[in-house]
Design a binder for this molecule. Structure first.
Ligand code: URA
Length: 245
């Protein structure tokens, strides 16, 4: 990627580069341990794992998409314009998981297409990825009215779809975007601030999970973008330090 463009995107994210002259931009980011990050096993498991062995037989992509589109298992189907399945590379190394579609996503049937999505694109670009190279999905496939938080019963009703997406993609790393995704995936209510900066293992998910701020939160609290940038650097280092099996 052209260095100047990357810097433009970092600036668009609101991250000021203090010494951009000599070293690559990534070296200018706040120090993050270059060693592979240890995976923390999360112990608070109040509810069933996100991926459990009792899950139904794994459908293929067309059937899974059809199952989502025709789903009427909770009330959210009543007011939806579109279901929001997921988008990106179905063989992606990284899977980003957000909360639920908003109004823009409901209209377009694609996750993260509104302002938060623009910022997510910029965050991806800043670490050398395009939206098409990763996979992006949500915990819920339908929009909660008024953009309220997803309810536990809705999350539980919808969770098989996400389980199946994870099983089909088999990513190397999952990035939980924001509190709702992190709490659901890790079965914890620990604060996001404490969950950041580590890789977590979660029962039933064979993939390490890292946590960062939701782009919508970063739009409201731009002072946290620097921490989000640290998370992105950790993500990038994690991918680059992975050993072949
Ligand atoms: N916020 C989310 O969590 N997901 C989207 O798709 C859009 C906004």
């Amino acid at each position: 990627m052209h260095e100047q463009l990357r810097q433009q995107y970092l600036q668009a994210m609101g991250i000021q580069l203090w010494e951009p002259k000599i070293k690559p931009v990534l070296d200018e980011a706040p120090a993050v341990d270059a060693e592979p990050v240890p995976v923390i096993a999360d112990t608070e498991q109040a509810v069933a794992p996100v991926v459990d062995s009792s899950a139904q037989a794994l459908p293929d992509w067309p059937l899974l998409q059809q199952n989502v589109e025709s789903c009427t298992a909770c009330d959210l189907h009543e007011n939806r314009i579109h279901t929001v399945f997921g988008t990106g590379n179905r063989s992606a190394k990284i899977m980003f998981i957000g909360e639920a579609p908003g109004a823009d996503e409901d209209r377009q049937g694609e996750p993260f297409v509104g302002r938060a999505g623009q910022l997510l694109n910029e965050m991806l670009f800043a670490i050398g990825f395009s939206r098409e190279q990763v996979y992006i999905a949500n915990i819920l496939k339908c929009r909660p009215p008024g953009n309220r938080d997803p309810r536990v019963d809705e999350i539980n009703t919808c969770k098989t779809f996400l389980q199946q997406q994870i099983q089909l993609i088999q990513p190397e790393l999952i990035v939980a975007l924001g509190r709702i995704a992190a709490h659901h995936l890790l079965k914890t209510d620990t604060s996001l601030a404490k969950l950041r900066g580590q890789l977590h293992s979660s029962p039933g998910i064979d993939v390490p999970v890292m946590v960062t701020y939701h782009p919508a939160y970063l739009l409201r609290s731009p002072q946290q973008k620097r921490k989000a940038w640290q998370d992105l650097v950790m993500l990038q280092q994690q991918l680059s330090t992975e050993q072949p099996a």
